[in-house]
Design a protein. Structure first.
Length: 198
């Protein structure tokens, strides 16, 4: 297969033809079996160095224009593979190296989990006269489990709190619950969880 993509940003073993990028995108949709946004798909491919932003974005748009991907009618920015898109994946996925498929699939699942966490748990950063207020809210489905506001001196600290909260909202909840209830067993478990953080 001819190499017809820009090599910038593509790691060793990445995809270097537009046809392969299109097949890979269709493969992601049929293997993950969940609607995904363009941003999620592009980030999945970039994160693993499988292609670069320009090629991933351009090929995604090509698949939408050709009717292989379609936007959901729920007003969101998520897409699904059409019958044609699924057929492309089924017929041509073996044209892609197994390692390429595995890397893209693993990353897409990670990004979908990130999307879910960010949808269910919110962080709002608001500027005030003395710095920033960060409000972290943990949801338990239809109800709010916990909401905590804290004052921080600058935007860098606020962004760090937001980033770390989204990494593991459940641990954040567990730490606060352990502290507030003084449950020694829970405190011990929480300390072990904190020690295991990278």
């Amino acid at each position: 297969m001819a190499f017809d993509t820009f090599d910038e940003g593509i790691s060793l073993g990445g995809v270097r033809s537009k046809t392969e990028v299109r097949i890979l995108i269709c493969y992601l949709f049929t293997s993950v079996k969940q609607p995904m946004s363009k941003e999620t798909v592009v980030e999945a491919l970039l994160h693993k160095g499988l292609t670069n932003y320009f090629e991933a974005s351009s090929c995604f748009d090509d698949l939408v224009k050709s009717g292989n991907l379609e936007r959901l009618e729920d007003g969101s920015s998520r897409f699904v593979a059409t019958t044609n898109g699924k057929m492309i994946s089924q017929q041509l996925e073996n044209n892609l190296a197994l390692t390429v498929r595995e890397r893209a699939y693993e990353c897409a699942l990670t990004l979908l989990e990130k999307e879910r966490l960010e949808k269910e748990n919110k962080v709002i950063i608001e500027k005030n006269e003395n710095g920033y207020t960060v409000k972290c809210t943990i949801s338990g489905g239809d109800m709010e489990l916990m909401s905590v506001s804290m004052h921080l001196a600058d935007m860098e600290q606020a962004r760090t709190v937001k980033k770390n909260f989204y990494k593991n909202p459940q641990l954040f909840y567990k730490v606060l619950l352990a502290a507030m209830t003084r449950n020694k067993g829970l405190i011990k478990d929480t300390l072990e969880d904190l020690e295991g953080l990278s």
